[in-house]
Design a protein around this ligand. Structure first.
Ligand SMILES: NC(=O)C1=CN([C@@H]2O[C@H](COP(=O)(O)OP(=O)(O)OC[C@H]3O[C@@H](n4cnc5c(N)ncnc54)[C@H](O)[C@@H]3O)[C@@H](O)[C@H]2O)[C@@H](O)CC1
Ligand SMILES: Nc1ncnc2c1ncn2[C@@H]1O[C@H](COP(=O)(O)OP(=O)(O)O)[C@@H](O)[C@H]1O
Ligand SMILES: [K+]
Length: 506
């Protein structure tokens, strides 16, 4: 699903109005119908619903929902904040329609002395104060109202975006000036802000409501951000022909493991094999020999000269993919081996670097310059900050990822709830699969194995990273079904990888 900016959404709205014979009022009516249906499916008519409407079309949506709920016999209390004496045409029209209803519990707030209603835990608040038309962070009376809503026990549903939150970047927005929604009902598209963990407390659960904006315009509009869903992953995966052989599925090298961390190599190797690589070699210190041969007999073992650490990374074959990092530690000898490998790596083939390889590089940052274009790095927030400096927010981190990806021409896969695959052209692909069961040791090693496997099979790096993140999350979802979110082990995720690919392709 494409994720558009406010400006792009406005232009798609405009296109729909101009080319599909729909009026702006009809779009408000569609949005309100979808929102009302959602509320009706969740709460009974006796439930008290308190609606706060602002002066623009977010408010128009809210007023129209109020009317629809009253028509369905709901117990609704509506407040319209017309502080500046200026309503959008759609808002003014919906105000008029509400006034035509006998006994509607409707209050228009025009001045400063507003007595807020009691918002106990059995109330549902519908927040239609501001949506995509927000110009600046909320102040004054709106700020107080937001604080009042946030301080209450009510269940809060926000229309489109929580009021006070910008759809994209929220650098100067304070938590107390944004509605903290339990549920956000996004009109037609989710927003970039939904995928940034800093905003999780505002957005709550979210759902997209389709108001049938022009599909043609949606398809043809360019985008910078994308949410990867099952159908996208399906389109990326290539079916396996009946006459294919091992040789068609590539040859991967996984440089992983050290004394006490051989599990990382085992999990990465299993995940690579479960995602279909043709041939896999694991390069580890000698101490890993028995462990790897016994637990992953399908993989070849290439012993380092050293007993407990990796000291020599040289390519004895022309591998289709080389992944380095899981469990290698940050011994000085390993840092040196990594440095001389990267500097002398002359084939120009992209590399995949994860975990301790990134920690090693963070102390030798010039190595980033030496990475072949379209190499993939897969840091979590801590590894990212070690590489590129401390960040106070996830939003700042994502902006840095965009800059650094372009600067070094590498793909940065920033891990988290919505893993972001940041590409050098500035595009970000957010992953939708996965669950908190994946927050378990070794989970990242499994991801590395999957991506390496896809790279070896000939998927271009950007696709290998995006598809790898989706398959990993999806395998985690299957593992969580079996073992529960507390019980998932990274090995379970690796084992479920093949099934995940099968299910995605069905
Ligand atoms: N055709 C459309 O435009 C559609 C719009 N829809 C709804 O319309 C919303 C966007 O409507 P609008 O563009 O009217 O924008 P909003 O309803 O978000 O708000 C715009 C109004 O708020 C005022 N405002 C902005 N920032 C303020 C601040 N910090 N303090 C005080 N006042 C402030 C503006 O002056 C303007 O009057 C969407 O979020 C969505 O809910 C949907 O109904 C679908 C169709
Ligand atoms: N709450 C979550 N929801 C979805 N995916 C998650 C969640 N927490 C972690 N993950 C995923 O699990 C993996 C964890 O990787 P990482 O932090 O490197 O683990 P480790 O270092 O233990 O191998 C990442 O792919 C991340 O996106
Ligand atoms: K809102």
């Amino acid at each position: 699903m494409k994720i558009f900016t406010n400006e792009q959404i406005r232009s798609i709205d405009r296109y729909t109005i101009e080319n599909e014979g729909v009026t702006s009022l009809e779009l408000v009516e569609r949005a309100a119908t979808a929102i009302a249906c959602e509320l009706i499916s969740r709460w009974r008519p006796s439930h008290r619903i308190c609606i706060f409407a602002g002066p623009g079309n977010n408010g128009a949506d809210a007023l129209a929902v109020g009317r629809m709920l009253i028509e369905q016999g709901y117990n609704v209390e509506i407040f319209l904040f017309n502080i500046f004496g200026k309503l959008s045409d759609e808002c003014a029209y919906n105000r008029k329609r509400l006034l035509e209803i006998d006994n509607a519990d409707f209050t228009e707030v025009v001045g400063g002395n507003f007595q807020p209603p009691d918002l106990s835990s059995d109330v549902v608040v519908l927040d239609g104060l501001f949506g995509s038309g927000l110009r600046e962070p909320l102040t004054g009376g709106f700020q107080s109202l937001v604080s009042y809503i946030n301080g209450s026990e009510a269940y809060v549903v926000s229309i489109d975006v929580p009021s006070g939150l910008f759809g994209e970047w929220n650098e100067n927005v304070l938590s107390r000036n944004v509605v903290h929604a339990d549920l956000t009902l996004a009109i037609q598209f989710p927003r970039l802000a939904f995928f940034i963990v800093d905003n999780a407390e505002f957005i709550g659960e979210w759902k997209v409501l389709d108001i049938e904006l022009s599909q043609q315009e949606i398809k043809s509009s360019p985008y910078d951000y994308f949410l990867v869903e099952k159908s996208d992953a399906r389109n990326m995966l290539r079916p396996r022909g009946l006459f294919t052989s091992k040789a068609d599925f590539g040859n991967a090298l996984l440089v992983a493991g050290s004394y006490g961390m051989m599990g990382a190599a085992v999990m990465g190797a299993r995940a690579a094999l479960r995602s279909g690589v043709g041939k896999l070699t694991v390069h580890s210190p000698r101490c890993g020999y028995n462990i790897l041969q016994a637990s992953v007999p399908e993989a070849l073992f290439q012993a380092d000269h050293h007993d407990i650490a990796i000291t020599d990374i040289t390519l004895k074959h022309d591998y289709n993919a080389v992944a380095i990092g899981p469990g290698i530690g940050t011994h000085d000898v390993t840092k040196k081996a990594l440095e001389s490998f990267i500097i002398s790596h002359s084939s120009g083939k992209p590399l995949l670097l994860d975990a301790d390889a990134l920690n090693c590089i963070s102390q030798r940052r010039h190595l980033l310059d030496a990475l072949p274009p379209l190499s993939i790095i897969t840091p979590h927030a801590g590894e990212f900050d070690r590489l590129f400096g401390e960040h106070n927010t996830a939003e700042e981190r994502l902006k840095t990822a965009i800059e650094q990806s372009a600067y070094y021409q590498i793909i940065i896969l920033l891990k988290g709830r919505y893993t972001a695959v940041v590409r050098p052209d500035g595009k970000i692909y957010f992953n939708s699969s996965g669950n908190p069961g994946l927050a378990t040791p070794g989970s990242g090693d499994v991801l590395t194995g999957i991506i390496a496997s896809f790279m070896a099979q000939g998927y271009i790096p950007a696709v290998a990273a995006t598809l790898g993140a989706f398959v990993h999350g999806y395998a985690g979802d299957i593992a969580a079904e079996r073992h529960g979110r507390y019980g998932v082990l990274a090995s379970d995720v690796a084992e479920c990888t093949g099934r995940a690919i099968r299910d995605i392709m069905q």
